[in-house]
Design a protein around this ligand. Structure first.
Ligand code: 3PG
Length: 208
């Protein structure tokens, strides 16, 4: 099953920001137990690649990708660590080309029509919409979707259980991403049952 097929079943991508591979694996297992299996590990800590490869090895039912990929070098490293997809906050040709040459899906961030059009001309049809709640939210996505008819968006940034349904109601939305599913205090205190409950809540919202 492709990532996009998996996302059309459960259209939520939880973010993991971790500095410890054991905690990252426990977090991924907790998310999976709540029904979310496409997981993004953000490249914002020195240990992020280790966390990603640990999840790829120890949680085989998850599809794990790398987020906050800023450069072609980071993209190559993430792919080498087992990343099945890449996410960037913005659009950069070198990062996109590196991913395309490796045959790994890349979801770069866009916030304006010009950025969507630039990405479209790079051959991309699935884009992150970031930071979703600050750059116009669901009304902006509706407007973008009416013009770019074959583009699907992954709104991320300020998405939560409170507005998830508003985004998912739009035809142009493939899935939503966010860190609200992995609160740092719960993760760092080992309260993984809370992560599972948040994931299950999001999965339930997505089914309605
Ligand atoms: C990202 O990396 O996409 C953002 O940090 C996600 O934003 P959020 O923390 O508001 O979910």
């Amino acid at each position: 099953m492709t990532i996009e097929q998996r996302l059309s079943q459960t259209p939520v991508i939880p973010l993991i920001q971790a500095s410890d591979a054991t905690i990252a694996v426990q977090t991924a297992k907790a998310l999976l137990a709540g029904g979310l299996s496409v997981i993004e590990v953000v490249m914002r800590t020195p240990e992020a690649l280790d966390c990603l490869s640990a999840i790829a090895a120890d949680v085989p039912d998850a599809i794990v990708g790398a987020g906050t990929v800023l450069s072609a070098v980071q993209a190559q490293r993430a792919i080498g660590a087992g990343s099945k997809f890449l996410v960037s906050p913005g659009l950069h040709a070198n990062v996109v080309e590196t991913s395309q040459e490796a045959g790994v899906p890349i979801y770069p961030g866009v916030a304006t029509p010009s950025e969507v059009q630039a990405a479209w001309n790079m051959g991309l049809r699935t884009l992150k919409f970031f930071p979703a709640s600050l750059v116009g939210g669901a009304p902006m996505l509706k407007a973008l979707g009416s013009v770019f008819r074959d583009v699907k968006f992954i709104p991320t940034g300020g998405v939560s259980a409170a507005n998830l349904a508003d985004f998912l109601a739009l035809d142009a939305v493939l899935a939503c991403g966010g860190s609200w599913l992995t609160p740092a205090d719960a993760v760092n205190s080992g309260r993984f049952n809370e992560v599972t409950a948040l994931a299950a809540e999001a999965a339930a919202i997505a089914q309605t």
